[in-house]
Design a protein around this ligand. Structure first.
Ligand SMILES: Cc1ncc(COP(=O)(O)O)c(C=O)c1O
Length: 483
């Protein structure tokens, strides 16, 4: 039953071990059956005894074989049931024969890894794509090398659940000056993504089934993160002033939290008006609720000064502020910061410790120097001009190619804008057709939790050069007009 191939790259002892193991698992050798002696098998296979001895030693150590003094070697009589009880049929996958495979209902609510066709590639209008070629790679890699060369023994140890002290001090200074956030370094927590920030917030502030207002339309991954955290999402419409607080109160006055993107609503690009901000803060205070402020791309505002944070207006410490380096620097960095009300810091740190202890040190240290040495501010100044140029080129090309067919919404800030389609056109269908031509268009309807009120596309312009925009919009036109 055992054969070996002397020319194979797999060592002989591993071939013998694998062959016996497979035969036993397939139940072709049963518990208690005798195995040939090492000498007999070696001579039968025409090989030296050493590989056979090694294979037998391994099979004995793992409990497939047992020896009986004076009698020889046998298939173990105490093999665990699951090894021998499940019938093995060649070519059949283990998953197909192992019976019910229960998974959580929550995980079934999410799309799998494949996702929708428009998420397969990146190109002209991909959302979240930046001008990576303009990133100061030299300055960044010099800092990375410096930190890698000078690793200190002390930095190898476990760290603070909130993140490293220097990083938090640097971020707090930046947020106070650039975003009018009220904070001290000990309120800052470094996390590895906006979704992790939401997950930790939900674990600290909410219970399974807690109702949470969410902007309608909104960022899909926010919905997924809050759904996975067990929240019951209440879609609240967004109009020209941002989240409609009165509609939220009508739908669920006692919701435990509200998720908002007040500086630049995703995806519609609206800035929440001052009166809505005050209404929202008032509601949160009177209902005893929390506000999750996602300030994901506020550094990029083109005509006016950046809009100050909602957190900075809050006098009752009801806002959890979340900001990211995914837009200002690059998304593979996975560095995001939260500002936590002082009295909740202990709770947040406790939950963080239970999840993944603390964030990795290296990039926090690199980024601290990157900011302190002025590279961060310089990069933002440079890219703000660049994105503004790309945005203008996109708006102009849309005007030339589409005239008044498409409405352009929310291009005042960030690296995306929205175009809405005339009645009767379905964005989803067009996106699928565009993906077949390797044009990746995010349909607006995918951002709605309930029935989509508008059809259109979210067009990212961060990675397309102004000079190439017209050509890209022509491609867009040919797919849309082919509808
Ligand atoms: C609304 C919103 N929040 C946050 C992010 C960034 O997420 P992360 O920081 O996890 O990369 C994005 C990215 O597109 C976004 O659209």
């Amino acid at each position: 039953m055992i054969a070996v191939d002397r020319k194979a790259s797999k060592p002989l002892h591993v071939q013998i071990y694998d062959a016996y193991r497979a035969i036993i698992v397939a139940r072709n050798l049963r518990a208690g059956q005798q195995i040939p002696s090492t000498r007999d098998l070696a001579s039968e296979l025409g090989i030296s005894r050493i590989p056979v001895l090694n294979a037998y030693a391994q099979l004995l150590a793992e409990g497939y074989f047992e020896t009986r003094v004076g009698a020889g070697t046998f298939v173990s009589s105490s093999l665990p049931d699951q090894l021998t009880s499940c019938e093995y049929r060649a070519g059949e996958r283990a998953e197909a024969r192992s019976g019910p495979r229960l998974t959580s209902r929550r995980s079934a609510l999410l799309p799998g890894r494949e996702g929708a066709p428009w998420t397969y590639g990146s190109g002209a209008f991909s959302v979240g794509q930046l001008a990576f070629d303009k990133f100061p790679l030299h300055a960044w890699s010099t800092l990375v090398s410096r930190h890698c060369r000078n690793v200190r023994a002390s930095s190898l140890n476990y760290g603070d659940s909130m993140g490293s002290k220097d990083f938090r001090e640097t971020v707090a200074t930046y947020l106070r000056t650039a975003r009018a956030v009220h904070c001290e370094a000990d309120q800052i927590m470094a996390v590895s993504g906006s979704q992790q920030a939401l997950d930790i917030s939900a674990r600290v502030l909410l219970d399974p089934g807690s109702r949470v207002w969410i902007e309608e339309p909104s960022y899909q991954l926010t919905r997924y993160a809050l759904t996975m955290a067990g929240c019951h999402l209440i879609p609240v419409p967004v109009d020209g002033e941002g989240l409609d607080v009165a509609a939220g109160i009508q739908r669920s006055r006692t919701a435990r939290a509200a998720y908002v993107t007040p500086s630049h609503q995703f995806p519609l690009g609206v800035t929440m008006s001052a009166s809505r901000r005050l209404q929202l803060l008032d509601w949160a205070q009177s209902a005893g609720s929390w506000i999750l402020e996602d300030d994901y791309d506020s550094e990029y505002r083109y005509e006016k000064m950046p809009i100050a944070s909602l957190q900075g207006l809050d006098r009752n410490s009801r806002v959890i502020y979340i900001g990211t380096f995914s837009k200002t620097l690059f998304p593979s960095l996975r560095l995001v910061y939260m500002v936590i009300p002082s009295d909740l810091v202990d709770r947040f740190a406790g939950v963080r410790r239970a999840m993944d202890l603390f964030p990795a040190h290296l990039y926090q240290a690199v980024l601290t120097d990157f900011i302190r040495e002025g590279h961060f501010a310089r990069h933002i100044r440079k890219t703000r001009l660049l994105y503004s140029e790309r945005r203008d080129a996109l708006v102009e090309a849309l005007r030339i190619e589409f005239g008044s067919l498409l409405d352009v919404v929310g291009g005042e800030a960030g690296m995306h804008l929205v175009v809405t389609l005339p009645k009767g056109m379905l964005d989803n269908k067009i996106s699928v057709r565009a993906a077949a031509q390797k044009l990746w268009l995010w349909p607006l309807s995918a951002c709605y939790l309930s029935k989509a009120l508008r059809q259109g596309f979210i067009l990212g312009f961060g990675s397309t050069k102004a000079a190439e925009m017209r050509q890209a919009v022509r491609r867009l036109r040919s797919v849309v007009m082919g509808a």
